[in-house]
Write a protein that binds this ligand. Structure first.
Ligand SMILES: Nc1nc2c(ncn2[C@@H]2O[C@H](COP(=O)(O)OP(=O)(O)OP(=O)(O)O)[C@@H](O)[C@H]2O)c(=O)[nH]1
Length: 721
């Protein structure tokens, strides 16, 4: 964009839009997981549609800053800046924003997100589909919203008119787009709201399940410990009864152990802390060799024997019994029922691998794991698939980052990752132990992803249906309108009968058609009437013109051509004779003593005489090419092309004699009189002279001579050279 082409008003508007976008994007609407609606980007689309690519880019930079503040990730400038340019240029090509944005996220956005997520954020590929779908859904939401806003707020059209609009869009395309927008937005929102509540419900159920599971595990663990404590306590009481008969101890211990196999081993020690009895006996090395094993350094002996209490040890790894984590439970027994003297202790080593049975019997074991830690946070038991070592410290980080959920999340393998690994619930037991139930997070994400893709699929199907239906719907209007237009187009004007249109056309179109038809009929009638009037007027005008022309060319008294006409025609006649190499005769005639006619018979008689004389002239010189003109007063001029030099004088004399024989009657007193005419003429080849005056001069001289010689005669010069 050239600096000179920057429009200040557009610049200001794009900045205002950008600031609005920035503010909106500071508060994105939270959805499931890390899905947030970035509705602030709506302004970028508005800028792209109304102002073009570079103003939109500026708006996008502002709006993205809102997201940058929120997400602290500069990628937003790249993604949304490119989107603004793409939409702006698509607008210049007259591609609708929604179609363009869908294309952007498919062709440019998705690969960019892929590269960014894989190489910069280092998020597991299992989350990729979800993240790309999330961006695409966001794009469609704010683009539809922006397009609808532009349609709904007419004031924005002020800017729209200034965008280069290459061609007008078809009504069908506009309707289709409008329907598509409506359906997209409705579908997206309903799908997202449905998904939101579905996922909320799923999470609530999950939370309930996991809490139930942890309560169950806690209760069963406590019961397990309590039961076995009771067993040890009861055993001590039994041993007090038979304290004086040590031979029974071994049998009793074996029987007890058989009943409670969860104890890996059981033993009885005397006051010297020597093991007197043990079960299973085979696991007590050297017991048969009378080499007693002494346990006076063990906590369980000290606590029970000296402190007289039922003791439960911390967790430790059994010695000589494999490497399972165990706890020792011990109780003192006495020589008498009054507990005056301690006779020894009874101890049971409780197998904690028992929890693996509990764990394995759990119906959700596929994606559910158990971790149990003691009060020092040492792992007592952990499901095998977690790969945690017994008695190591249970290290995890609580993931309360960008993922919005009411579930508690933690990470074990990747403590710093923003992607949660497990949903968990925990409970601390009375003895200070804590039980955890962990459930993998990815299936929930997968579910959300599937929901999103199925929503997409539904959207796609509805778009295809909308496209088809809106085309059909718009055809209901556009086809009859086009029919009306074609019937009233310029090419259809010729006909006088207007064809009818389809009766199924919408009523509005049919009404329009009827009004147009009535107007057109009126137009046709008017046109016919106008044509008649014009034809009539044209004829009248032509007649008037003809008359006018005759008036201009003719002498009003005699009806002969006037002098002006004759002089004007001379050259034409001369050319004609020149081409055909024929002779031309110019004749000047003058009535003899005409003054006397006037004087004796009056002017009316003179006029009548002139008229009849003229008729005689026309009778004698009647060829179409002859020009017979009144030259002035009682003088006449004849221009006679193609004259035969041998006959012309004779013909003139015949005329002269006819005049002298003609009888004229005075209109007033009916007296008769006659006149004679003197004739001067010249016959020569056309090349004799170009100038009529020269011809007339010779003819005039001859006329003079005729007058001089006594009138009523013809004088002619026939010039042959
Ligand atoms: N009644 C009538 N008389 C006309 C008209 N035009 C010219 N005259 C008359 O014609 C007469 C011509 O007279 P003159 O020029 O003296 O010639 P003339 O009497 O014919 O004598 P010559 O030519 O020498 O034979 C005049 O008295 C004119 O008034 C016309 O249109 N009507």
């Amino acid at each position: 964009m050239k600096l000179s082409s920057i429009n200040k008003q557009h610049l200001l508007f794009s900045i205002v839009l950008g600031i609005a976008g920035l503010l909106i994007n500071c508060y994105p609407i939270q959805f499931f997981a890390n899905v947030q609606f970035v509705l602030g980007n709506t302004v970028t689309v508005i800028a792209a549609v109304l102002l073009g690519p570079w103003y939109a880019f500026l708006t996008a930079m502002f709006a993205s800053t809102g997201l940058m503040i929120n997400w602290d990730s500069p990628h937003v400038y790249l993604f949304f800046g490119l989107e603004a340019l793409f939409l702006g240029y698509a607008r210049r090509l007259d591609i609708y924003a929604l179609y363009a944005d869908a294309a952007y996220w498919l062709v440019i956005g998705a690969p960019l997100v892929y590269l960014y997520v894989t190489f910069i954020m280092e998020i597991p590929s299992s989350h990729l589909g979800f993240i790309i779908a999330k961006q695409g859904v966001n794009g469609l939401v704010y683009t539809s919203l922006a397009s609808l806003l532009i349609l709904a707020i007419p004031k924005l059209w002020f800017f729209k008119d200034k965008v280069k609009d290459r061609h007008r869009r078809m009504l069908s395309a506009q309707l289709t787009y409008f329907f598509t927008l409506m359906v997209t937005l409705t579908m997206l929102f309903s799908a997202l709201i449905f998904n939101y509540y579905f996922l909320e419900r799923q999470q609530a159920m999950l939370k309930q399940n996991i809490n139930d599971a942890v309560s169950h595990l806690a209760t069963s663990t406590q019961n397990y410990l309590r039961n076995h404590k009771t067993v040890i306590d009861n055993a001590a009481k039994q041993l007090t009864i038979v304290a004086d008969d040590p031979k029974q101890w071994q049998n009793m211990l074996v029987n007890l152990h058989e009943s409670y196999p969860s104890f890996i081993s059981m033993l009885i020690a005397d006051p010297r802390a020597d093991i007197i009895s043990a079960s299973p006996a085979s696991r007590l090395i050297n017991i048969d060799n009378e080499e007693n094993i002494n346990i006076k350094d063990r906590d369980y002996f000290i606590e029970s024997f000296y402190n007289h209490r039922l003791f439960v040890s911390s967790v430790f790894l059994g010695r000589g019994f494999g490497n399972d984590a165990i706890i020792a439970m011990s109780a003192p027994f006495y020589t008498d029922l009054q507990h005056t003297t301690t006779a020894g202790i009874v101890e049971g080593s409780l197998d904690l691998s028992h929890f693996s049975h509990v764990d394995q019997n759990n119906e959700y074991t596929d994606d559910e794991s158990v971790v149990m830690v003691d009060e020092q946070n040492q792992i007592i038991y952990a499901s095998e698939k977690l790969g945690l070592t017994a008695l190591s410290v249970f290290n995890f980080t609580v993931n309360d980052g960008v993922y919005r959920t009411s579930l508690e999340l933690l990470n074990i393998e990747h403590p710093d990752s923003i992607v949660p690994e497990y949903i968990y619930a925990h409970k601390t037991l009375d003895n200070g132990w804590t039980v955890y139930i962990l459930k993998e997070f990815s299936p929930l994400l997968k579910l959300a992803e599937e929901q999103m893709f199925s929503s997409f699929l539904m959207l796609l199907i509805s778009l295809v249906c909308t496209f088809y239906i809106s085309r059909k719907l718009s055809a209901l209007l556009t086809v009859p309108l086009e029919a009306v237009a074609s019937q009233f187009s310029a090419s259809a004007v010729g006909g006088t009968k207007i064809p009818s249109i389809d009766e199924n056309s919408p009523k509005e179109v049919f009404n329009l058609y009827q009004r147009l038809a009535a107007s057109k009929q009126q137009l046709i009638d008017n046109q016919v009437e106008l044509e008649d009037t014009v034809a009539r007027r044209t004829e009248e005008l032509e007649n008037a013109n003809r008359k006018l022309k005759e008036l201009v060319d003719r002498d009003p008294l005699t009806g002969l051509f006037n002098r002006r006409y004759a002089e004007g025609k001379f050259n034409e006649m001369l050319d004609f004779c020149m081409r055909s190499e024929q002779a031309l005769t110019v004749v000047v005639l003058d009535l003899d003593l005409f003054k006397e006619v006037n004087d004796n018979f009056g002017h009316l008689a003179g006029d009548e005489c002139l008229r009849i004389f003229s008729q005689l002239l026309q009778k004698y010189f009647k060829r179409d090419i002859d020009i017979v003109a009144r030259y002035g007063g009682e003088e006449f001029l004849l221009i006679l092309p193609l004259s035969n030099a041998l006959h012309i004088k004779h013909h003139l004399n015949s005329f002269r004699e006819a005049v002298s024989e003609q009888r004229f009657t005075s209109p007033e007193d009916k007296r008769e009189f006659s006149v004679t005419v003197s004739i001067g003429a010249i016959t020569a080849n056309a090349d004799y002279a170009n100038d009529l005056d020269k011809w007339i001069k010779v003819a005039d001289d001859n006329l003079y001579q005729a007058k001089q010689d006594g009138r009523n005669r013809t004088m002619i010069d026939i010039i042959t050279e």
